[in-house]
Design a protein around this ligand. Structure first.
Ligand SMILES: NC(=O)c1ccc[n+]([C@@H]2O[C@H](COP(=O)([O-])OP(=O)(O)OC[C@H]3O[C@@H](n4cnc5c(N)ncnc54)[C@H](O)[C@@H]3O)[C@@H](O)[C@H]2O)c1
Length: 406
Protein backbone atom coordinates (compact mmCIF):
# COMPACT_ATOMS: atom_id res chain seq x y z
CA UNK A 1 0.00 0.00 0.00
CA UNK A 2 1.66 3.26 -1.03
CA UNK A 3 1.81 5.73 1.86
CA UNK A 4 0.63 8.52 -0.39
CA UNK A 5 -2.70 6.74 -0.85
CA UNK A 6 -3.58 5.65 2.65
CA UNK A 7 -1.30 6.97 5.38
CA UNK A 8 -1.17 4.69 8.40
CA UNK A 9 -1.64 7.63 10.72
CA UNK A 10 -3.73 10.09 8.75
CA UNK A 11 -3.24 13.69 9.72
CA UNK A 12 -5.92 14.66 12.16
CA UNK A 13 -6.56 18.13 13.50
CA UNK A 14 -4.95 18.86 16.84
CA UNK A 15 -7.79 19.21 19.34
CA UNK A 16 -9.92 21.86 17.67
CA UNK A 17 -11.30 24.26 20.26
CA UNK A 18 -14.93 23.31 20.16
CA UNK A 19 -17.64 24.00 22.68
CA UNK A 20 -18.80 20.37 23.09
CA UNK A 21 -15.33 18.91 23.33
CA UNK A 22 -13.91 21.20 25.97
CA UNK A 23 -13.09 18.24 28.23
CA UNK A 24 -11.18 16.29 25.58
CA UNK A 25 -7.59 15.33 26.38
CA UNK A 26 -4.79 17.25 24.69
CA UNK A 27 -3.56 14.18 22.77
CA UNK A 28 -5.68 12.70 19.93
CA UNK A 29 -8.27 10.36 21.46
CA UNK A 30 -6.99 6.80 21.78
CA UNK A 31 -9.25 3.76 22.10
CA UNK A 32 -9.35 2.54 25.72
CA UNK A 33 -10.56 -0.90 24.72
CA UNK A 34 -8.14 -3.43 23.11
CA UNK A 35 -10.76 -4.79 20.69
CA UNK A 36 -11.47 -1.25 19.51
CA UNK A 37 -7.74 -0.58 19.12
CA UNK A 38 -7.44 -3.78 17.03
CA UNK A 39 -10.37 -2.73 14.82
CA UNK A 40 -9.00 0.80 14.40
CA UNK A 41 -5.64 -0.60 13.29
CA UNK A 42 -7.41 -2.36 10.41
CA UNK A 43 -9.69 0.48 9.33
CA UNK A 44 -7.43 2.70 7.18
CA UNK A 45 -10.20 3.84 4.83
CA UNK A 46 -12.37 5.15 7.66
CA UNK A 47 -9.36 6.79 9.31
CA UNK A 48 -8.38 8.46 6.07
CA UNK A 49 -11.92 9.67 5.35
CA UNK A 50 -12.54 11.13 8.82
CA UNK A 51 -9.09 12.76 8.90
CA UNK A 52 -9.56 14.30 5.47
CA UNK A 53 -13.10 15.48 6.20
CA UNK A 54 -12.41 16.82 9.70
CA UNK A 55 -12.67 20.45 8.52
CA UNK A 56 -16.28 19.80 7.45
CA UNK A 57 -17.21 17.64 10.44
CA UNK A 58 -15.44 19.47 13.28
CA UNK A 59 -17.75 21.17 15.73
CA UNK A 60 -20.84 19.24 14.59
CA UNK A 61 -23.11 17.50 17.09
CA UNK A 62 -23.82 13.96 15.89
CA UNK A 63 -26.70 11.86 17.26
CA UNK A 64 -25.87 8.28 16.44
CA UNK A 65 -27.58 4.89 16.66
CA UNK A 66 -25.44 1.93 15.59
CA UNK A 67 -24.48 -1.43 17.12
CA UNK A 68 -22.07 -0.48 19.91
CA UNK A 69 -19.19 -2.86 19.28
CA UNK A 70 -15.49 -2.40 18.49
CA UNK A 71 -15.80 -1.36 14.82
CA UNK A 72 -18.40 1.29 15.63
CA UNK A 73 -16.23 2.41 18.55
CA UNK A 74 -13.29 2.82 16.16
CA UNK A 75 -15.39 5.16 13.99
CA UNK A 76 -16.54 7.11 17.06
CA UNK A 77 -12.92 7.45 18.26
CA UNK A 78 -11.95 8.90 14.88
CA UNK A 79 -14.91 11.29 14.94
CA UNK A 80 -13.97 12.48 18.44
CA UNK A 81 -10.43 13.08 17.19
CA UNK A 82 -11.88 15.12 14.36
CA UNK A 83 -13.75 17.35 16.81
CA UNK A 84 -17.23 15.87 16.43
CA UNK A 85 -19.42 15.83 19.55
CA UNK A 86 -20.98 12.35 19.56
CA UNK A 87 -24.08 11.21 21.43
CA UNK A 88 -24.59 7.47 20.95
CA UNK A 89 -27.01 4.62 21.47
CA UNK A 90 -27.13 1.09 20.04
CA UNK A 91 -29.70 -1.54 19.16
CA UNK A 92 -31.36 -3.80 21.73
CA UNK A 93 -29.24 -6.83 22.62
CA UNK A 94 -26.12 -6.02 20.59
CA UNK A 95 -24.25 -3.57 22.83
CA UNK A 96 -20.83 -4.60 24.14
CA UNK A 97 -20.94 -2.98 27.58
CA UNK A 98 -17.15 -2.84 27.90
CA UNK A 99 -16.93 -0.99 24.57
CA UNK A 100 -19.68 1.43 25.64
CA UNK A 101 -17.83 2.12 28.90
CA UNK A 102 -14.58 2.75 27.08
CA UNK A 103 -16.30 5.31 24.86
CA UNK A 104 -17.72 7.06 27.93
CA UNK A 105 -14.12 7.34 29.21
CA UNK A 106 -13.32 9.05 25.92
CA UNK A 107 -15.94 11.73 26.61
CA UNK A 108 -18.67 10.31 24.37
CA UNK A 109 -22.23 10.40 25.66
CA UNK A 110 -23.42 6.77 25.48
CA UNK A 111 -26.85 5.63 26.65
CA UNK A 112 -27.11 1.98 25.62
CA UNK A 113 -26.62 -1.17 27.74
CA UNK A 114 -26.73 -4.76 26.51
CA UNK A 115 -29.61 -5.65 28.83
CA UNK A 116 -31.80 -2.86 27.40
CA UNK A 117 -35.17 -3.87 25.97
CA UNK A 118 -37.35 -2.10 23.40
CA UNK A 119 -38.72 0.46 25.91
CA UNK A 120 -35.17 1.32 27.05
CA UNK A 121 -34.14 1.63 23.41
CA UNK A 122 -36.88 4.16 22.71
CA UNK A 123 -35.88 6.16 25.77
CA UNK A 124 -32.20 6.00 24.74
CA UNK A 125 -33.11 7.36 21.32
CA UNK A 126 -34.92 10.29 22.92
CA UNK A 127 -31.97 11.01 25.20
CA UNK A 128 -29.50 10.89 22.30
CA UNK A 129 -31.60 13.47 20.48
CA UNK A 130 -31.40 15.84 23.46
CA UNK A 131 -27.99 16.91 22.11
CA UNK A 132 -29.92 18.88 19.43
CA UNK A 133 -27.92 17.30 16.62
CA UNK A 134 -26.61 18.91 13.48
CA UNK A 135 -26.29 15.42 11.98
CA UNK A 136 -27.74 11.94 12.55
CA UNK A 137 -26.35 8.50 11.83
CA UNK A 138 -29.09 5.89 12.16
CA UNK A 139 -29.57 2.12 11.96
CA UNK A 140 -33.17 1.16 11.24
CA UNK A 141 -34.85 4.58 11.16
CA UNK A 142 -35.91 4.95 14.84
CA UNK A 143 -33.60 7.88 15.54
CA UNK A 144 -34.37 9.87 12.39
CA UNK A 145 -38.11 9.25 12.58
CA UNK A 146 -38.17 10.28 16.23
CA UNK A 147 -36.29 13.48 15.34
CA UNK A 148 -38.70 14.28 12.52
CA UNK A 149 -41.73 13.57 14.73
CA UNK A 150 -40.56 15.83 17.53
CA UNK A 151 -39.35 18.50 15.09
CA UNK A 152 -35.72 18.79 14.04
CA UNK A 153 -33.64 21.50 15.74
CA UNK A 154 -32.96 24.67 13.73
CA UNK A 155 -29.42 23.72 12.74
CA UNK A 156 -30.22 20.15 11.66
CA UNK A 157 -28.47 19.40 8.36
CA UNK A 158 -29.56 15.80 7.71
CA UNK A 159 -28.05 12.36 8.16
CA UNK A 160 -27.40 8.81 7.07
CA UNK A 161 -29.31 5.55 7.45
CA UNK A 162 -27.44 2.24 7.51
CA UNK A 163 -30.15 -0.24 6.51
CA UNK A 164 -32.48 -0.91 3.61
CA UNK A 165 -35.36 -1.41 6.07
CA UNK A 166 -34.70 1.99 7.64
CA UNK A 167 -34.51 3.53 4.17
CA UNK A 168 -37.95 2.13 3.33
CA UNK A 169 -39.39 3.50 6.60
CA UNK A 170 -37.87 6.92 5.94
CA UNK A 171 -39.05 7.01 2.32
CA UNK A 172 -42.58 6.27 3.57
CA UNK A 173 -42.35 9.10 6.12
CA UNK A 174 -43.94 12.41 5.21
CA UNK A 175 -41.92 15.46 4.24
CA UNK A 176 -38.15 15.61 4.49
CA UNK A 177 -36.63 19.04 4.89
CA UNK A 178 -33.08 17.64 4.96
CA UNK A 179 -31.18 14.91 3.08
CA UNK A 180 -30.88 11.33 4.36
CA UNK A 181 -28.42 9.05 2.58
CA UNK A 182 -29.20 5.30 2.72
CA UNK A 183 -25.86 3.50 3.01
CA UNK A 184 -27.14 0.01 2.17
CA UNK A 185 -28.27 1.24 -1.28
CA UNK A 186 -24.61 1.27 -2.26
CA UNK A 187 -23.44 -1.19 -4.93
CA UNK A 188 -20.03 -1.05 -3.35
CA UNK A 189 -21.41 -2.10 0.04
CA UNK A 190 -23.43 -4.94 -1.50
CA UNK A 191 -20.28 -6.26 -3.14
CA UNK A 192 -17.80 -5.89 -0.30
CA UNK A 193 -19.96 -6.34 2.79
CA UNK A 194 -23.02 -8.41 1.79
CA UNK A 195 -21.21 -10.70 -0.62
CA UNK A 196 -17.61 -11.11 0.49
CA UNK A 197 -18.03 -10.06 4.14
CA UNK A 198 -21.13 -12.14 4.87
CA UNK A 199 -19.78 -15.06 2.83
CA UNK A 200 -16.69 -15.34 4.99
CA UNK A 201 -18.33 -14.68 8.35
CA UNK A 202 -21.20 -17.12 7.78
CA UNK A 203 -18.75 -19.89 6.95
CA UNK A 204 -16.74 -18.88 10.02
CA UNK A 205 -19.95 -19.17 12.07
CA UNK A 206 -20.57 -22.66 10.67
CA UNK A 207 -17.04 -23.75 11.59
CA UNK A 208 -17.30 -22.28 15.09
CA UNK A 209 -20.72 -23.80 15.70
CA UNK A 210 -20.02 -27.32 14.41
CA UNK A 211 -16.27 -28.03 14.25
CA UNK A 212 -17.05 -29.89 10.99
CA UNK A 213 -14.93 -29.99 7.83
CA UNK A 214 -15.84 -28.01 4.70
CA UNK A 215 -13.75 -29.63 1.90
CA UNK A 216 -15.84 -32.30 0.24
CA UNK A 217 -19.00 -31.24 2.09
CA UNK A 218 -22.23 -31.29 0.08
CA UNK A 219 -23.87 -27.93 0.78
CA UNK A 220 -27.09 -26.33 -0.50
CA UNK A 221 -27.72 -22.59 -0.52
CA UNK A 222 -31.23 -21.19 -1.02
CA UNK A 223 -31.05 -17.70 -2.54
CA UNK A 224 -28.17 -16.45 -4.70
CA UNK A 225 -28.42 -12.72 -3.99
CA UNK A 226 -25.24 -11.04 -2.67
CA UNK A 227 -25.45 -12.89 0.69
CA UNK A 228 -26.26 -16.35 -0.72
CA UNK A 229 -23.66 -15.88 -3.46
CA UNK A 230 -21.05 -14.96 -0.88
CA UNK A 231 -21.82 -18.06 1.18
CA UNK A 232 -22.03 -20.43 -1.81
CA UNK A 233 -18.86 -19.11 -3.45
CA UNK A 234 -16.88 -19.11 -0.17
CA UNK A 235 -17.90 -22.71 0.58
CA UNK A 236 -17.00 -23.71 -2.96
CA UNK A 237 -13.56 -22.06 -2.74
CA UNK A 238 -12.93 -24.13 0.39
CA UNK A 239 -13.70 -27.35 -1.48
CA UNK A 240 -17.37 -27.91 -0.67
CA UNK A 241 -19.65 -29.27 -3.41
CA UNK A 242 -22.31 -26.57 -3.58
CA UNK A 243 -25.82 -26.58 -5.03
CA UNK A 244 -27.92 -23.47 -5.37
CA UNK A 245 -31.61 -22.66 -5.75
CA UNK A 246 -32.80 -19.21 -6.76
CA UNK A 247 -36.28 -18.45 -8.09
CA UNK A 248 -34.83 -15.65 -10.24
CA UNK A 249 -33.50 -17.32 -13.43
CA UNK A 250 -30.81 -14.64 -13.88
CA UNK A 251 -29.38 -15.47 -10.49
CA UNK A 252 -29.74 -19.21 -11.09
CA UNK A 253 -27.79 -18.72 -14.34
CA UNK A 254 -25.11 -16.76 -12.53
CA UNK A 255 -24.80 -19.64 -10.04
CA UNK A 256 -24.35 -22.15 -12.88
CA UNK A 257 -21.73 -19.94 -14.53
CA UNK A 258 -19.90 -19.79 -11.20
CA UNK A 259 -19.74 -23.59 -11.16
CA UNK A 260 -22.61 -24.50 -8.84
CA UNK A 261 -25.19 -27.18 -9.45
CA UNK A 262 -28.67 -25.63 -9.67
CA UNK A 263 -32.11 -27.12 -9.02
CA UNK A 264 -35.34 -26.67 -7.11
CA UNK A 265 -35.08 -26.36 -3.36
CA UNK A 266 -36.35 -29.93 -2.86
CA UNK A 267 -33.83 -31.25 -5.41
CA UNK A 268 -30.76 -29.50 -4.06
CA UNK A 269 -31.35 -30.30 -0.40
CA UNK A 270 -31.95 -34.02 -1.05
CA UNK A 271 -28.24 -34.90 -0.74
CA UNK A 272 -27.04 -31.88 1.29
CA UNK A 273 -25.24 -32.31 4.61
CA UNK A 274 -25.50 -28.55 5.19
CA UNK A 275 -28.25 -26.12 4.10
CA UNK A 276 -28.14 -22.32 4.29
CA UNK A 277 -31.16 -20.09 3.67
CA UNK A 278 -30.38 -16.60 2.32
CA UNK A 279 -33.56 -15.45 0.55
CA UNK A 280 -35.12 -12.85 2.88
CA UNK A 281 -38.42 -14.76 2.49
CA UNK A 282 -40.40 -16.86 4.96
CA UNK A 283 -40.68 -20.66 4.93
CA UNK A 284 -38.51 -21.32 1.88
CA UNK A 285 -37.37 -24.57 3.49
CA UNK A 286 -40.81 -26.11 4.08
CA UNK A 287 -42.54 -29.49 4.38
CA UNK A 288 -41.60 -30.62 0.84
CA UNK A 289 -37.90 -29.89 1.34
CA UNK A 290 -37.82 -31.27 4.89
CA UNK A 291 -39.19 -34.55 3.48
CA UNK A 292 -36.16 -34.97 1.19
CA UNK A 293 -33.31 -33.92 3.52
CA UNK A 294 -30.87 -36.70 4.46
CA UNK A 295 -30.45 -37.88 8.04
CA UNK A 296 -28.05 -35.64 9.99
CA UNK A 297 -28.33 -32.59 7.72
CA UNK A 298 -27.41 -29.30 9.42
CA UNK A 299 -29.66 -26.28 8.76
CA UNK A 300 -28.59 -22.65 9.25
CA UNK A 301 -29.87 -19.15 8.55
CA UNK A 302 -28.23 -16.22 6.78
CA UNK A 303 -31.31 -14.04 6.08
CA UNK A 304 -32.27 -11.23 8.44
CA UNK A 305 -35.23 -13.00 10.02
CA UNK A 306 -35.20 -16.55 11.41
CA UNK A 307 -38.37 -17.36 9.47
CA UNK A 308 -36.83 -18.89 6.33
CA UNK A 309 -36.91 -22.41 7.80
CA UNK A 310 -40.54 -23.41 8.36
CA UNK A 311 -40.48 -24.20 12.08
CA UNK A 312 -44.15 -25.23 12.11
CA UNK A 313 -43.52 -27.80 9.36
CA UNK A 314 -40.48 -29.05 11.26
CA UNK A 315 -42.41 -29.27 14.53
CA UNK A 316 -45.25 -31.13 12.82
CA UNK A 317 -42.93 -34.06 12.04
CA UNK A 318 -40.78 -33.94 15.16
CA UNK A 319 -41.13 -36.71 17.75
CA UNK A 320 -38.40 -35.42 20.06
CA UNK A 321 -35.56 -32.92 20.18
CA UNK A 322 -31.95 -33.28 21.31
CA UNK A 323 -29.81 -30.34 22.47
CA UNK A 324 -26.12 -30.70 21.60
CA UNK A 325 -25.15 -27.69 23.71
CA UNK A 326 -22.37 -25.12 23.47
CA UNK A 327 -20.71 -23.37 21.75
CA UNK A 328 -23.87 -22.69 19.73
CA UNK A 329 -27.43 -23.82 20.14
CA UNK A 330 -27.49 -27.05 18.13
CA UNK A 331 -30.94 -28.57 18.24
CA UNK A 332 -31.51 -32.01 16.77
CA UNK A 333 -35.08 -32.61 15.55
CA UNK A 334 -35.77 -36.35 15.42
CA UNK A 335 -38.52 -36.85 12.87
CA UNK A 336 -41.31 -39.42 12.70
CA UNK A 337 -39.33 -41.46 10.12
CA UNK A 338 -36.22 -41.61 12.33
CA UNK A 339 -34.14 -38.97 10.49
CA UNK A 340 -32.59 -36.20 12.57
CA UNK A 341 -32.17 -32.64 11.27
CA UNK A 342 -29.96 -30.26 13.25
CA UNK A 343 -30.90 -26.57 13.39
CA UNK A 344 -28.16 -24.12 14.35
CA UNK A 345 -29.06 -21.21 16.64
CA UNK A 346 -32.76 -21.46 15.77
CA UNK A 347 -32.12 -20.37 12.20
CA UNK A 348 -30.89 -16.90 13.18
CA UNK A 349 -28.06 -15.19 11.26
CA UNK A 350 -25.18 -17.58 11.91
CA UNK A 351 -22.42 -15.03 11.32
CA UNK A 352 -23.81 -12.96 14.21
CA UNK A 353 -24.77 -15.79 16.55
CA UNK A 354 -21.65 -17.96 16.10
CA UNK A 355 -18.99 -15.58 14.75
CA UNK A 356 -18.03 -11.91 15.15
CA UNK A 357 -20.34 -10.52 12.46
CA UNK A 358 -18.80 -8.81 9.50
CA UNK A 359 -15.03 -8.66 9.22
CA UNK A 360 -13.25 -5.47 10.20
CA UNK A 361 -12.33 -4.67 6.59
CA UNK A 362 -15.93 -5.10 5.42
CA UNK A 363 -17.00 -2.68 8.14
CA UNK A 364 -14.12 -0.34 7.25
CA UNK A 365 -15.78 0.01 3.87
CA UNK A 366 -19.28 0.46 5.36
CA UNK A 367 -18.13 3.01 7.93
CA UNK A 368 -16.13 4.91 5.31
CA UNK A 369 -19.35 5.21 3.35
CA UNK A 370 -20.97 6.52 6.54
CA UNK A 371 -18.22 9.08 7.18
CA UNK A 372 -18.05 10.38 3.61
CA UNK A 373 -21.85 10.58 3.32
CA UNK A 374 -22.13 12.43 6.64
CA UNK A 375 -19.54 14.90 5.37
CA UNK A 376 -21.48 15.29 2.10
CA UNK A 377 -24.59 16.10 4.15
CA UNK A 378 -22.65 18.50 6.39
CA UNK A 379 -21.16 20.27 3.38
CA UNK A 380 -24.67 21.01 2.02
CA UNK A 381 -25.68 20.66 -1.59
CA UNK A 382 -27.61 17.37 -1.34
CA UNK A 383 -31.33 17.46 -2.12
CA UNK A 384 -33.67 17.31 0.91
CA UNK A 385 -34.80 13.74 0.19
CA UNK A 386 -34.03 10.16 1.15
CA UNK A 387 -31.40 9.16 -1.39
CA UNK A 388 -28.73 6.64 -2.36
CA UNK A 389 -25.03 7.17 -1.77
CA UNK A 390 -23.82 9.90 -4.18
CA UNK A 391 -21.92 8.36 -7.12
CA UNK A 392 -18.74 10.43 -6.55
CA UNK A 393 -18.57 9.11 -2.97
CA UNK A 394 -18.79 5.49 -4.14
CA UNK A 395 -16.26 6.13 -6.88
CA UNK A 396 -13.79 7.71 -4.48
CA UNK A 397 -14.03 4.87 -1.96
CA UNK A 398 -13.80 2.15 -4.63
CA UNK A 399 -10.67 3.88 -5.98
CA UNK A 400 -9.12 3.98 -2.49
CA UNK A 401 -10.03 0.34 -1.87
CA UNK A 402 -8.42 -0.77 -5.12
CA UNK A 403 -5.28 1.19 -4.21
CA UNK A 404 -5.29 -0.45 -0.78
CA UNK A 405 -5.74 -4.00 -2.01
CA UNK A 406 -3.87 -4.14 -5.33
N1 LIG B 1 -26.27 -12.35 7.87
C1 LIG B 1 -25.97 -11.09 7.61
O1 LIG B 1 -25.01 -10.51 8.18
C2 LIG B 1 -26.73 -10.34 6.56
C3 LIG B 1 -26.17 -9.17 6.00
C4 LIG B 1 -26.89 -8.51 5.01
C5 LIG B 1 -28.15 -8.98 4.63
N2 LIG B 1 -28.66 -10.11 5.25
C6 LIG B 1 -29.97 -10.67 4.89
O2 LIG B 1 -29.77 -11.77 4.00
C7 LIG B 1 -30.93 -11.91 3.16
C8 LIG B 1 -30.50 -11.92 1.71
O3 LIG B 1 -29.87 -10.70 1.40
P1 LIG B 1 -29.45 -10.36 -0.12
O4 LIG B 1 -28.81 -9.02 -0.09
O5 LIG B 1 -28.71 -11.50 -0.72
O6 LIG B 1 -30.93 -10.26 -0.74
P2 LIG B 1 -31.49 -10.36 -2.24
O7 LIG B 1 -32.93 -10.02 -2.13
O8 LIG B 1 -30.64 -9.58 -3.18
O9 LIG B 1 -31.34 -11.91 -2.63
C9 LIG B 1 -32.24 -12.89 -2.21
C10 LIG B 1 -32.33 -13.91 -3.33
O10 LIG B 1 -33.22 -14.96 -2.88
C11 LIG B 1 -34.02 -15.34 -3.99
N3 LIG B 1 -35.25 -15.99 -3.50
C12 LIG B 1 -36.36 -15.40 -3.01
N4 LIG B 1 -37.24 -16.35 -2.64
C13 LIG B 1 -36.67 -17.54 -2.91
C14 LIG B 1 -37.08 -18.89 -2.75
N5 LIG B 1 -38.28 -19.18 -2.22
N6 LIG B 1 -36.23 -19.87 -3.10
C15 LIG B 1 -35.02 -19.58 -3.62
N7 LIG B 1 -34.57 -18.32 -3.82
C16 LIG B 1 -35.39 -17.32 -3.46
C17 LIG B 1 -34.26 -14.05 -4.75
O11 LIG B 1 -34.61 -14.31 -6.11
C18 LIG B 1 -32.92 -13.34 -4.61
O12 LIG B 1 -32.05 -13.63 -5.71
C19 LIG B 1 -31.85 -10.76 3.55
O13 LIG B 1 -32.77 -11.22 4.52
C20 LIG B 1 -30.90 -9.76 4.17
O14 LIG B 1 -31.56 -8.89 5.09
C21 LIG B 1 -27.97 -10.80 6.17
Amino acid sequence: MPDSVLPENPALPENPALPGNAALPQQPAQPRNPATAWALKHMPLTAQAVGELAPVLAGKRLAMCLHVEPKTAALVTLLVRAGVEVSLTGSPGTTHDDVADSLRELGVTVFTRRADGEADHRRNVERVLECEPDLTLDNGGDLTLSLLESGAPAGYLGGTEETTTGGIRLREAAEHASPVVVINDSRLKLLVENEFGVGQSVVQGFLNATNLMVPGLRAAVLGYGPCGKGVADTLSRLGARVSVCDTDPMRALEAILNGHRVGTAAEIVSDARLVFTATGHANVLGAEELATLPDGAVLAGVGHFAWEIDRAALAARTVRTVEYGAPSRRTGYVLDDGRELVLLDEGRMLNLTAANGNSIQAMDLGLTLQARCLAAVAAGGLAPTVQSVPAPVEHRIATDLVALLK
